[in-house]
Design a protein around this ligand. Structure first.
Ligand SMILES: [Zn+2]
Length: 432
């Protein structure tokens, strides 16, 4: 059997020409692209009230796309002992390590930002202009190397006092929110950093618990009056977290509504069903992580729970599926049933995100690999000779998938947990 890990190739024009005869699937598509907040959503966000420490926690706890894992701390001075002391003093001040971007950034007048932060900045600047304030961002993404040269630039010696003094205004390299691509420094009026606090633009931003910043997904990065946050308060720095993280920051779970991040999702009904069936318990405290990529281990677990948690069957030779892991029974069952063959003979790659093609292949095999009339449904981006063609045809014909648009399936895009919920819900409600 073919493995699930094949790479898709782009299709030629012949397939596009065949589009005219294709029957497009109907109904809601699974695409969940970044969208501006709904008007109602924005109203809820603006009405939230956060303390300074809650503003800090909103960014610290945010689930944000486009970030990689936190790697080793970068070298600062070239002297390991001095670097360790800088980090220790920084951490005592409240600095935290921050992840680096894992995807492309977008330029807003030369300031590089994560795509959703860039969209937020554009709408914030427009709203400020409409209110009579000209504001602009002078800094977004900065690499740890740039941060290092800024930090060393005015470091007056390496005594603890000199290091602490420097850290009042400049982050420890590797600890700056700027290198996430989600932080911006805002200027207005005379453009001077330290007079920003006294501008009418700042008063507009900060009024009513930062309502005008929150309306565009931003919260203050280092607000006045918080506990140790790293630098001294910085009225000019905002971080983008988006409506969902702002609402999650003030959410109190109830039995009826355990997740803070599903109400505005087009997959809310699917996720409710998943929860009611005991197939999910969420990704972490109070969240389903609707927009996070589903991992192969999570997908296996979802399918296994949907099947009623059957006893694990065969022995497996996957060296990366340890005994006792939350997904090991699920993977053993899948292997015994022929639903997975691994990514190699000895690996399953549990932590790797699953593509949409791989997910639908799992579902199709779980359903017994039913044959489908080839070409009954066509997506222009699905290779009819590829490993997942039959599975995707079946999924489209049965309504398990409705595509990411009328004519596309986006086979090599990572499936999100929200999409996974929709796939599973539709699979479970198929007529036998
Ligand atoms: Zn800054």
């Amino acid at each position: 059997m073919k493995r699930e890990s094949c790479i898709f190739t782009r299709l030629g024009l012949g397939v596009v020409a065949a589009l005219a005869t294709a029957v497009p699937p109907t109904g809601l598509v699974e695409a969940s692209l970044p969208q501006p907040p709904l008007a109602e959503d924005r109203g809820h966000v603006v009405a939230t009230r956060q303390t300074p420490d809650e503003f800090l926690a909103t960014f610290d706890d945010a689930v944000l796309p486009g970030l990689g894992p936190i790697g080793p701390a970068p070298s600062i001075t070239g002297n390991a002992a001095v670097d360790a002391r800088i980090r220790a003093i920084g951490e005592a001040r409240g600095y935290r390590r921050r992840p680096l971007p894992s995807g492309p950034l977008e330029s807003v007048n030369g300031v590089l930002l994560q795509p959703e932060a860039a969209a937020g900045l554009r709408s914030l600047v427009a709203a400020a202009a409409a209110a009579g304030h000209r504001i602009w961002a002078t800094s977004g993404y900065r690499s740890p190397a740039t941060q290092t040269s800024i930090f060393l630039g005015k470091l007056a010696g390496t005594s603890d006092a000199a290091i602490d003094r420097r850290l009042r205004t400049v982050a420890v390299p590797g600890y700056s929110k700027h290198h996430t691509g989600y932080a911006i420094d805002i200027r207005a009026s005379d453009g001077r950093l330290f007079s920003f606090r006294n501008t009418a633009a700042y008063a507009w931003l900060a009024a009513d618990n930062f309502a005008n910043a929150k309306a565009h997904g931003f919260v203050p990065s280092y607000p006045d009056g918080s506990g140790p946050a790293g630098p001294d308060p910085e009225p000019w720095e905002l971080v983008w977290v988006g409506a969902e993280n702002i609402l999650c920051g003030v959410f109190e779970a109830t039995a009826d509504r355990p997740f803070c991040d599903t109400a505005e999702s087009s997959f809310a009904a699917d996720i409710d069903w998943l929860l009611a069936e005991g197939i999910t318990t969420g990704c972490r405290d109070g969240r389903f992580c609707t927009r996070a990529m589903v991992t192969r281990a999570e997908a296996a677990t979802f399918l296994w729970r949907l099947a009623g948690r059957p006893a694990a069957g065969a022995d497996i030779e996957f060296v990366d599926v340890p005994e006792g892991a939350f997904y090991s029974d699920a993977v053993r069952w899948m292997f015994a049933e022929g639903i997975t063959t691994g990514t190699t003979r000895t690996t399953f790659e549990p932590d790797r995100p699953l593509t949409r093609a791989e997910f639908v292949t799992f579902l199709w095999r779980d359903a017994g690999s039913p044959p489908v009339e080839p070409g009954s449904v066509s997506f222009v981006d699905v290779d009819s000779a590829g490993f997942a063609a039959a599975a995707i045809d079946w999924a489209a014909a049965t309504g398990v998938t409705t595509g990411t648009s009328k004519f596309t399936f986006s086979p090599s895009t990572a499936a999100t947990r929200g999409q996974a919920a929709a796939f599973l819900h539709r699979l479970a409600t198929l007529d036998p």
